[in-house]
Design a protein around this ligand. Structure first.
Ligand SMILES: NC(=O)c1ccc[n+]([C@@H]2O[C@H](COP(=O)([O-])OP(=O)(O)OC[C@H]3O[C@@H](n4cnc5c(N)ncnc54)[C@H](O)[C@@H]3O)[C@@H](O)[C@H]2O)c1
Length: 256
């Protein structure tokens, strides 16, 4: 097992790629804490884990709130008995346009995509130093590597997460803590519609998805498990000399 005896936190863990990550980390031998705003979904996830013989720690928190972001990491590390791995996965699509910008929506997007990642890492490093090593993985997007046709603020935020990754990789290297970021393409999760279907018109959502997929050499969406497997590799000792990397999981989208 690739994460045997590792202590891991996953944020935004109750759906989509985060949920796939929790299940994969558990299968690979980690002790896992799942943090999410959705208490009901966390309870369901805990039940599924228990049925498979795993004791999953679950913590409900609104990660757009700095106090809750910080305290949930510390609560999770205390429940786990330390911390080796953080997958800081929280994020939202944010506003679609830039004209008459909705500043409240803008602030929410920055809070969850960028501020939460910085705060999570800032708490996690304290626990990882005590263990003598660690691995932090953020979630950006293809929109953190190239501009987005649907989501300019999201793209700006995810570029910031890539910058945070490359900076913290250097800052934390002397602590033996690696920092990387996974950059999925449009993924087959509930969030997908937040990018392609902002108008609420399903026909437009389908057309937007088709437009985007036309630029994906492999011609399909990213599966949640594919992103989770990339994170597993970055988080595990298999990637022991890999830090500061923004890894696309995008079927070749950014290779063009
Ligand atoms: N779905 C995509 O197409 C796609 C592509 C690239 C990157 N991403 C990134 O992946 C991450 C999540 O995507 P997903 O597809 O797994 O999403 P998802 O919609 O399947 O799950 C998102 C999870 O985040 C939780 N959440 C929402 N707001 C929260 C808050 N304020 N505090 C705590 N938890 C909160 C939700 O309850 C949910 O469990 C985000 O960082 C997103 O930017 C998504």
């Amino acid at each position: 097992m690739r994460l045997a005896n590792k202590l891991a936190i996953v944020t935004a863990a109750a759906s989509g790629m985060g949920l796939a990550g929790v299940e994969l980390f558990l299968r690979e031998g980690a002790k896992v804490a799942a943090i999410d705003i959705n208490e009901e979904a966390l309870a369901a996830l805990k039940g599924v884990a228990r049925a498979r013989g795993h004791d999953l720690v679950t913590i409900q928190a609104d990660l757009s709130q700095p106090d809750q972001m910080r305290s949930s990491i510390n609560e999770a590390a205390a429940a786990l008995g330390g911390l080796d791995i953080l997958w800081a996965h929280a994020g939202i699509p944010g506003p679609g346009g830039i004209e008459n910008l909705d500043l409240a929506a803008y602030d929410r997007a920055i809070a969850l995509n960028v501020t939460s990642a910085a705060l999570a890492a800032g708490e996690a490093i304290k626990h990882m130093r005590k263990r003598g090593s660690g691995s932090i993985v953020f979630t950006a997007s293809i929109s953190g590597l190239v501009g987005s046709m649907f989501s300019p603020i999201y793209s700006a935020a995810k570029f910031a997460v890539v910058g945070l990754t490359k900076s913290l990789a250097q800052t934390f290297a002397p602590d033996n803590v690696r920092v990387n970021v996974v950059c999925p393409g449009l993924a087959d999760t509930p969030m997908k519609i937040g990018f392609t279907g902002r108008s609420g018109d399903p026909t437009e959502a389908e057309a937007n998805q088709a437009r985007l997929l036309a630029s994906v050499p492999m011609g399909r969406l990213c599966k949640a498990e594919e992103a989770a497997h990339a994170v597993l590799w970055l988080a595990s000792d298999d990637a022991s000399f890999v830090t500061g990397v923004a890894l696309p999981v995008d079927g070749g989208f950014t290779a063009r």
